[in-house]
Design a protein around this ligand. Structure first.
Ligand code: AMP
Length: 845
């Protein structure tokens, strides 16, 4: 934006000496003030008005004031151009574009102009009907009452007054809102008068060198008078005058040309009238020089000047160097030696049989009256322009430097905050540790102070593996405008308030959650690392016991996470060790296969805390579809949790190895999985989640990668590293480099930091989708992480622009419908796991 304004400012300041009007047509497209209010009400008038509330002043584009638009008194009759909306721009403007709108009035209005014409005037007396380059006057308008329709004016208009005249093909009510786009016409040229352009016949081809867009009077003997046309329309002719930039026009279109046969004096005289007395520095004439076809630039220009009634006796004469080598068209610059005038009359002398011009511009000083006698005004103007330009550049450099400084400062400040908050939390933990180790007690009452309320310190990095399924959302979310502000605020405030339990819908508190350390805030329990360990050892809060480590025999490594490894082990004496409610699929006294998840010995304090917390959570979960914690080894390092062994590994890998039943699978001899197997597995996940949700546990990371597969397609949900009891008020605060499984997360988890059973339902929908695609692709695989976050914003905005995961090939309609219901924007419209489970049971075929 700044850059285009800069260019515009530069051109605007330079405008009296614009060398190529083509540039104006491209650059000069600024709203002239109907929508922005720069055009005052008194400068907007109309032929009539239907009521005071539909007066001309309400005809501003994008305004909804009054009754929403200008409406004429009567319906517009076919062929009639009686009604008009008129705008006085107060000075001459180069108008390149117009915009129209109907009357919408918040949905009540339905009137609009399907077609319209434009009339314009430079002096308010002589009005000209605008025509396009093919002579058509009618412009197609609106198709409804609300959309803006923009139309390029080809050729552009140079005018002070513009009228919009709605026209119809049948009698109808019409209302309009309009805008003009362009820029001020600083050349000051009001009209030129010249002999009519002529017809050239070259080798049988007719080349029409008339001024086809001239808007003045055209008489056979008087020639062209009082108008502007192709010489000021912003289109420079091509080298070959038989061709044109403009589409579908006749040969010679771009040029106005004359033959010396018609001019006994051997020159063509053109009279230029200006808005006021100006100080002219140069004139630039764009000429054709196709000498092989007997066309050349002029050999001499003699210009006379007039400031009052008489022409001054001494002209300026200029003879350009003739170019007989290069036949390309070019601007020939004539120095006008700072002559003062309001009219200039130039005689252009033929150098060959034909002379053809496509543009003529004048460069003059604008702020003439500011200079004292004796000054060289050109230099003054140039100096002042240069000064303004330098001023603008210095200001921009200053702004850029300021922005860089602010960015750097913010980065440093954020790092300091992060460090400080880490240090504070570490200090608190250390303090808590020392107190705990002194007393060997843990506080499990309600008297805990705010400072000692951490249940754990952990980060998403620690909890989530840093795999491709997990992303840092905070950087990405900043790209969503609705959320960037609040994130900025939180980021700079440095305040890390605990997020309240029971968050309000629609309050973006993800931002205030944006800190490095994640905190579980239970509000009632105070734990530090040894306290939890003590807690576990004492068995007060733990439903599993310490298993003798020596009774475990390592068999193989099953997997690896960021903070530890999962081993397949044989466990001796496990049957006796276990509750009676859990039975092993082996005969008595046989060693049992178990999975042992162990924390790396060098894992930091936070990882240990999380690990112990996961143990605590898992020890309470007893369900056929939740991985069962069998025992722990927490008396010494490495910390271990012993869980039942699921021989088919995780569901993601399992499904990736399989193909759906069918010809393809048969042909490539791949292991297959049937629809009913998939359905059975999905139903078990739903059942496990139903159990979890009944305990108000939120998993937060439900995905096929976190479900394990046993014999006969048995599924058990695992990986509770992220799980928190909903009622413990465990809303996470995330800052900096949190990594999240954004493709599985509900919009409110990403944008608001809200994790609830309803967001687990969302993740279940994605897990269901994975299951029925047999994990052959990642969810939203065609979207980048940024686009996934943007899509999340669309879910939030709910303007039907959100992209849903598509229906997998082997997924029946009712199951896809179930998925879609899990991705409802409103959390209370999503089904419960109870309902999901029921639905899946009902879908079984
Ligand atoms: P985790 O770090 O818990 O995600 O485990 C890493 C990998 O180890 C998983 O993706 C599984 O393939 C494997 N794994 C974990 N727990 C078990 C288990 N109880 N039975 C079999 N394989 C497991």
């Amino acid at each position: 934006m700044t850059f285009s304004v800069l260019i515009f400012t530069y051109l605007y300041l330079r405008s009296p000496s614009l060398s190529n009007l083509m540039q104006i047509s491209c650059v000069c497209r600024y709203p002239l003030g109907m929508s922005g209010g720069q055009i005052e009400d008194k400068d907007i008038s109309a032929s009539s008005q239907w009521s005071e509330s539909t007066a001309a002043r309400y005809g501003r584009l994008d305004f909804e004031d009054g009754d929403g638009a200008w409406c004429p008194d009567m319906s517009v009759e076919p062929e009639s151009t009686k009604e008009f909306l008129q705008i006085d721009l107060r000075s001459l403007h180069f108008i390149t574009l117009v915009g129209t709108q109907g009357r919408h009035a918040g949905g009540f209005g339905k009137e609009f102009a399907q077609m319209y014409q434009i009339k314009y005037s430079r002096n308010g007396r002589r009005w000209v009907s605008w025509r396009n380059r093919h002579g058509r006057q009618v412009i197609e308008g609106n198709k409804n009452a609300y959309d803006t329709v923009l139309k390029d004016l080809e050729p552009p208009i140079i005018a002070r007054f513009v009228r919009f005249m709605p026209i119809t093909d049948h009698s109808m009510n019409v209302c309009m809102r309009v805008e003009l786009y362009g820029c001020e016409w600083l050349d000051g040229l009001v009209s030129y008068s010249a002999p009519i352009g002529q017809l050239m016949v070259h080798r049988g081809q007719h080349i029409y060198l008339n001024d086809s867009v001239y808007d003045g009077e055209v008489g056979y003997s008087s020639g062209m008078t009082e108008g502007l046309g192709q010489l000021t329309d912003g289109v420079c002719g091509l080298d070959d005058f038989t061709h044109s930039h403009v589409y579908n026009v006749w040969p010679g279109y771009d040029y106005v040309g004359w033959t010396n046969e018609s001019f006994p004096g051997n020159y063509v005289e053109i009279l230029f009238e200006f808005d006021r007395i100006r100080n002219f520095t140069t004139m630039k004439v764009h000429c054709n020089n196709m000498f092989p076809k007997k066309v050349k630039t002029f050999r001499q220009a003699t210009c006379f000047f007039r400031s009052s009634s008489d022409w001054e006796p001494t002209p300026v004469t200029f003879s350009p160097v003739m170019d007989d080598v290069n036949p390309s068209a070019r601007f020939v610059t004539v120095a006008l030696n700072n002559r003062m005038a309001s009219s200039i009359k130039c005689q252009y002398f033929f150098a060959d049989a034909w002379m053809m011009f496509s543009e003529i511009t004048f460069q003059s000083a604008k702020y003439l009256l500011r200079f004292s006698p004796g000054d060289d005004p050109t230099h003054k103007v140039d100096d002042s322009n240069t000064r303004i330009l330098i001023g603008c550049l210095v200001a921009i450099i200053f702004i850029l430097v300021a922005i860089i400084v602010i960015i750097l400062w913010r980065q440093v400040w954020q790092k300091m905050l992060e460090k400080a908050s880490r240090r504070m939390l570490d200090d608190e933990l250390t303090a808590s540790l020392s107190i705990q180790s002194e007393t060997f007690t843990y506080n499990n009452n309600n008297q805990s102070s705010a400072g000692s309320e951490q249940e754990s310190n952990s980060t998403y990095e620690r909890i989530f593996p840093l795999g491709p399924d997990y992303q840092e959302p905070s950087r990405l979310i900043r790209k969503l405008p609705e959320f960037s502000l609040s994130m900025e605020e939180a980021g700079t405030s440095g305040v890390s308030k605990p997020v309240q339990a029971g968050p309000q819908e629609g309050v973006p508190h993800y931002a205030e959650a944006d800190i490095v350390n994640l905190q579980g805030v239970t509000g009632s329990n105070t734990y530090s690392v040894p306290a939890i360990t003590m807690d576990l050892l004492s068995g007060k809060d733990l439903a599993v016991e310490e298993f003798p480590r020596k009774q475990l025999t390592f068999k193989e490594k099953l997997g690896e996470g960021q903070f530890g490894e999962v081993h397949l082990c044989e466990a001796e004496g496990m049957q006796e060790f276990m509750d009676k409610d859990f039975s092993f699929d082996v005969s008595n006294n046989q060693p049992v296969l178990v999975a042992v998840k162990m924390l790396r010995e060098d894992a930091n304090k936070n990882a240990r805390t999380d690990f112990l917390k996961e143990i605590k959570i898992m020890s309470r979960l007893k369900d056929p579809n939740i991985v069962r914690l069998l025992g722990v080894c927490v008396c010494s390092d490495p910390l271990c949790m012993i869980t039942e062994y699921m021989e088919n590994g995780d569901l993601n890998q399992f499904l990736s190895r399989h193909e759906p039943e069918g010809q393809i699978a048969l042909a490539c001899n791949a292991p297959t999985v049937s629809y009913s197997n998939l359905h059975h597995m999905a139903t078990q996940i739903a059942s496990g989640m139903k159990y979890l949700s009944s305990l108000n546990f939120v998993h937060r990371d439900l995905a096929t990668r976190n479900c394990l597969v046993g014999k006969d397609y048995t599924i058990k949900i695992a990986d509770f590293g992220m799980s928190r009891n909903l009622y413990s008020g465990d809303y996470y605060r995330i800052q900096g480099r949190a990594v999240l499984p954004i493709r599985w997360m509900a919009w409110e988890s990403i944008l608001l930091g809200k994790f609830t059973t309803a967001s687990d339902v969302w993740a279940f929908g994605v897990t269901l989708w994975e299951t029925f695609t047999l994990c052959k692709e990642q969810p939203y695989s065609q979207l980048s992480d940024e686009q996934v976050i943007e899509n999340t914003g669309e879910f939030f905005r709910d303007q039907q622009r959100q992209i849903y995961l598509p229906q997998p090939a082997c997924c029946p309609d009712p199951i896809y419908k179930l998925m879609l219901s899990c991705w409802q924007r409103n959390t209370n419209e999503r089904p419960s796991f109870q309902e999901i489970h029921q639905t899946l049971l009902g879908c079984l075929v």
